[in-house]
Design a protein around this ligand. Structure first.
Ligand SMILES: Nc1ncnc2c1ncn2[C@@H]1O[C@H](COP(=O)(O)OP(=O)(O)OP(=O)(O)O)[C@@H](O)[C@H]1O
Ligand SMILES: [Mg+2]
Length: 247
């Protein structure tokens, strides 16, 4: 039987020495869903992405992609299974041009075996879709951080993902720019038929964009529900939201 869940996270824990960065996390994400993750600094959000993208294997529990257990699999296997992510601190290849970065990303993805001419089309297309085609020939390391994050989205798309994980891609932007990013993500989700999980501190914009929100706090899943349920959840208001989104 096929599972309706693209991502299943079962009892995942991540221990860093004496620190439990994630405790017993259970989250399921349906194919096509748009999910947000919020929570205070140090709550374990980025660590959660590490665990579900193969960057760091969880110290307990199991991650399934498309019903397949990813136990003992490397990051590249996650990529081939259709998982792509951006990093909170952009990890572009600083010496290469933006376009070379996207070409490199493509070589790791699900369409890596595409003929060369087809690859070029994919590269141009994703750069245009994200809006980094204007800096295609610029050295990536010289781009401002916000543009490097955009470039990372293009790199992620070049791997032909099913599940796109975005870690604070709108950090440091103005309110209007954050709204633009939300619109971009929504458009990419439709155009590329993606399942999206988006971590962001810009709670209002995120809550308006996503269908479901998970809240992490001290490495634990504090709540998981619709934006309306999360905004009204007393535990979430106490731990993170304060009075900000109640009105
Ligand atoms: N590689 C590591 N080794 C040891 N401790 C780590 C490591 N990575 C993260 N931590 C710790 O794990 C906890 C969770 O960190 P994480 O980066 O996942 O939080 P976050 O929710 O993404 O926070 P932020 O909103 O600031 O990005 C923090 O206490 C952090 O210091
Ligand atoms: Mg983080």
């Amino acid at each position: 039987m096929t599972t309706p869940y693209l991502l299943e996270v079962n009892n995942v824990g991540m221990q860093f020495g004496g620190l439990k960065a994630l405790s017993d996390i259970n989250i399921r994400v349906r194919a096509g869903e748009f999910m947000g993750i919020i929570g205070p600094n140090g709550a374990g959000k980025t660590t959660f992405f590490h665990a579900i993208s193969g960057v760091l294997p969880p110290t307990s529990g199991e991650v399934l992609i498309g019903g397949q257990s990813m136990k003992n699999r490397q990051a590249q296997a996650f990529c081939r299974a259709g998982v792509a992510r951006t990093f909170q601190t952009p990890r572009v290849f600083g010496e290469m041009t933006a376009r070379e970065n996207v070409r490199f990303a493509l070589s790791f993805g699900r369409s890596a075996t595409a003929p060369k001419g087809r690859s070029s089309l994919v590269i141009d297309e994703v750069m245009q879709a994200v809006g980094v085609d204007d800096v295609a020939n610029e050295i990536a390391g010289a781009l401002p951080p916000a543009r490097q994050r955009q470039l990372e989205i293009a790199m992620a798309l070049a791997t032909s993902p099913r599940l796109l994980l975005l870690d604070e891609v709108a950090a440091g932007l103005t309110e209007g720019e954050v709204e633009d990013v939300a619109r971009l993500i929504a458009r990419l989700r439709t155009e590329y038929n993606l399942t999206v999980v988006w971590i962001e501190h810009a709670v209002k914009t995120l809550m308006a964009a996503v269908e479901r929100v998970a809240v992490l706090n001290f490495g634990q899943l504090l709540a998981d529900g619709t934006p309306a349920e999360i905004a009204a959840n007393p535990k979430v208001i106490d731990a993170y939201l304060g009075a900000e989104v109640q009105s």
